[in-house]
Write a protein that binds this ligand. Structure first.
Ligand code: EPU
Length: 420
């Protein structure tokens, strides 16, 4: 396993290219299973999660050709097995996105239950309950979700008890191929859901209400996409770099970042004193020399994203005064707190709220990455810490950030990757 050694306190010099969005690419890659002709993607990020998705597709018979340096991916859909095995699903929960396309196209699927996760229980009961409304028999047996369409897929009225991103995505896919009308209430309005919906529409799907809490779909015949599909920039990666710019007090250009999907993140950093110059091609971050504390709550889009919570908490260690961050999406997403405390952070967790006392000069120490965003927050913390921080188990980071260490090196940070 690899570890990163970061020498702080660091300064960032220059600009950084924001890579393609992981959580947009994954549902689009699984949706390829709906088609019978090859599909081309560009700006595909070079991530372990993408490797995992392609591995699952290949187990099902679907091969792909990925020119990693150029970010070009071609998928050749062909399904010889409708099983997503535990061995791979356990590595990435987003594998549950195989369920929707397999049911929509073949009327059956066998996808392993993902199991536990460092950030919360993360069950998939909302996916299963919603699928049953479409005339799908779903059994959970031997650790697998076994789904079989009874006679045909029929449109349904789905009311999600809580906003679920991949749940909405799976149902959007199934509904686009079901007979008749579907209404999804309490749907996720995340930009990644809109991207999937727009992609399906470009293939002939009839969908209205994307980006709102109610999505209406009428089943239609889909045609394979003709043009190349571009993966948009990753809004969470861009937000992570804003945190890095703040704690290092370094102005930073985020090339390719899309401010239009980052309003709540930009607003939070603005209220801490950051200034942004925004254009279509980039965001220039101008961090303040001292910054304000604040109270933030994570919420579904357009609220402040849970995927930025760990990075924000780290940034708040450097703010003047007491801040609080309330996590409302996942019940256990404060694993980074114990590690940040090892660097000297003053953070208390009471139920789903973290109270941070700042400013503190963090000092380097060995720490352990526990999940993707926690790992990113530890890298940000290391940049602002005095001395050497060794972050172990950074495979989590490689799942969702394209070459973070190379990007840091290019910005002038002293960072080394070692095998442990
Ligand atoms: N939930 C259930 N039952 C379900 C589905 C969800 O109880 O059937 C609960 C979850 O346990 C959670 C809440 O509902 O408490 C919301 O979970 P959601 O289903 O929205 O999460 P997800 O679809 O599994 C996606 C992202 C996550 C991101 C969340 C929230 C992808 C591939 N993953 O997960 O991304 O945190 O939405 O925005 O899109 C990450 O990139 O680091 C990451 C974890």
């Amino acid at each position: 396993m690899d570890a990163l050694i970061v020498k702080g306190p660091a300064k960032l010099n220059g600009s950084v290219q924001i890579s393609g969005s992981k959580n947009t690419a994954l549902p689009l890659i699984f949706t390829s299973l709906l088609f019978d002709k090859e599909i081309h993607f560009n700006n595909v990020p070079r991530l372990w999660d993408i490797e995992t998705a392609l591995k699952i597709l290949s187990i099902m018979g679907t091969e792909s050709e990925w020119k990693k340096e150029e970010g070009l991916l071609t998928i050749f859909p062909k399904v010889t097995s409708k099983v997503a095995p535990y061995e791979w699903v356990k590595r990435m929960r987003a594998s549950v996105l195989a369920l929707g396309p397999l049911i929509a196209r073949f009327g059956e699927a066998k996808v392993s239950l993902p199991g536990g996760c460092a950030i919360g229980a993360r069950p998939v009961n909302y996916h299963i309950d919603a699928l049953r409304l479409f005339g799908v028999d779903v059994k959970v047996e031997e650790g697998y979700i076994k789904a079989q369409v009874r006679s045909r897929l029929t449109g349904a009225h789905v009311i999600f008890p809580e906003v679920t991103v991949t749940g909405t995505e799976n149902i959007l896919i199934v509904a686009s191929q079901a007979e008749g009308h579907t209404r999804i209430e309490n749907a996720a309005s995340e930009p990644e859901v809109i991207e999937l919906g727009e992609f399906l529409k470009s293939c002939g799907a009839k969908i209205q209400g994307l980006g709102t809490q109610t999505i209406e779909i009428v089943g239609a015949l889909l045609k394979s996409p003709k043009s190349q599909i571009r993966i948009p920039p990753d809004r969470i990666e861009a937000g992570t770099w804003i945190s890095a710019s703040m704690v290092t007090r370094s102005p930073l250009e985020l090339l390719g970042a899309d401010a239009s999907v980052m309003k709540s993140t930009l607003d939070v950093f603005k209220s801490m004193g950051a200034k942004f110059s925004i254009s279509e091609e980039k965001i220039l971050v101008n961090p303040p020399s001292r910054f304000n504390s604040l109270d933030v709550t994570t919420e579904p889009y357009p609220g402040f994203p849970t995927d930025m919570q760990a990075q924000l908490l780290t940034t708040l260690c450097f703010a003047e005064g007491k801040s609080s961050v309330r996590e409302t999406i996942f019940e256990n997403r404060f694993m980074h707190v114990a590690e940040l405390r090892r660097l000297g952070a003053r953070i208390k967790v009471i139920k789903n709220q973290a109270i941070v006392e700042g400013p503190v000069q963090l000092t380097g120490a060995p720490v352990m990455a526990t999940d993707l965003r926690a790992s990113a927050s530890l890298v940000v913390a290391a940049l602002g810490s005095e001395g050497k921080t060794t972050i172990s188990r950074i495979y989590h980071l490689d799942r969702g950030y394209q070459r973070l260490d190379s990007k840091l090196t290019a910005l002038g940070v002293k960072v080394t990757r070692v095998s442990e």
